[in-house]
Design a protein around this ligand. Structure first.
Ligand SMILES: [Zn+2]
Length: 247
């Protein structure tokens, strides 16, 4: 799976081998955690992503609704449960603090998925949890977890692409609706991916839906193969030139 791949909820739980119901999931994988995020309008949490650096600020989870707590948004996000064990907030708070203070040398690895439409998710890649704050949202104290995208990581044999092409969620949602959840070449609704019409490396923008479209894996691959055929031609030309000069 590559960042910007679009998957169903079923594919998501197959990938993670866990029925993820909550936003924050500490160590569901063998050596990483999973965050589910949603920055659509009316999304319940105020997650933010910086479209230049790719840095993510993820809000902690609320206290669950109970008989005595009817409005969880009115009380502080909990660090521990009523029985005194860590909540997911607490586990990630400890991981971030341990890293910040040098108690652990490696930051917690977090795999991030974001919701695009009902039952439709987009994979955002791996992030590192580097910091945490508790701050007021005007009514109560909330957790803000700071994550940085990993440029490249090898995990379970998968090589991730550099995370340098951050498409904002509002663009993704707009493109998803416009393209009706289908490949714009063959109309397939399987193995979809967000594709830059003009590649990011050639100056194509990620910030407008005009430069982003849905393509299936086959047509996305055909497009990148064309670019790969072109590249050896340039390098052959360059080495021929170098040889000529050396002679
Ligand atoms: Zn296609």
């Amino acid at each position: 799976m590559k960042p910007d791949d679009i998957i169903s909820y079923l594919e998501l739980i197959n990938e993670e081998k866990a029925h993820l119901q909550k936003g924050m999931n500490y160590r569901v994988g063998r050596n990483y955690s999973v965050f589910l995020m949603s920055v659509r309008k009316n999304a319940p949490y105020a997650d933010q992503i910086n479209h230049t650096t790719g840095a993510l600020i993820y809000e902690g989870h609320d206290h669950p609704k109970t008989k005595t707590i009817s409005d969880p948004k009115s009380i502080d996000q909990p660090m521990t449960t009523s029985s005194g064990s860590w909540t997911e907030n607490g586990k990630f708070f400890k991981a971030a603090t341990d890293y910040k203070t040098g108690l652990s040398t490696k930051p917690e690895l977090v795999k991030v998925y974001e919701k695009i439409a009902s039952g439709v998710w987009c994979y955002k890649g791996f992030f590192e949890l580097v910091d945490v704050e508790q701050e007021s949202d005007g009514r109560r104290r909330v957790f803000k977890f700071h994550l940085l995208p990993i440029a490249k990581t090898i995990l379970q044999g998968n090589i991730e692409l550099p995370c340098n092409r951050i498409i904002p969620t509002y663009v993704k949602v707009e493109v998803w609706k416009r393209d009706k959840g289908k490949c714009q070449i063959c109309n397939s609704n399987k193995n979809l991916h967000y594709d830059h019409v003009i590649p990011f490396s050639k100056g194509g923008s990620s910030l407008t839906s005009k430069n982003i479209r849905l393509l299936c894996a086959k047509h996305n691959l055909e497009k990148s193969n064309k670019i790969m055929i072109f590249l050896p031609w340039i390098s052959v030309g360059a080495s021929a030139l170098t040889l000529h000069r050396m002679n």
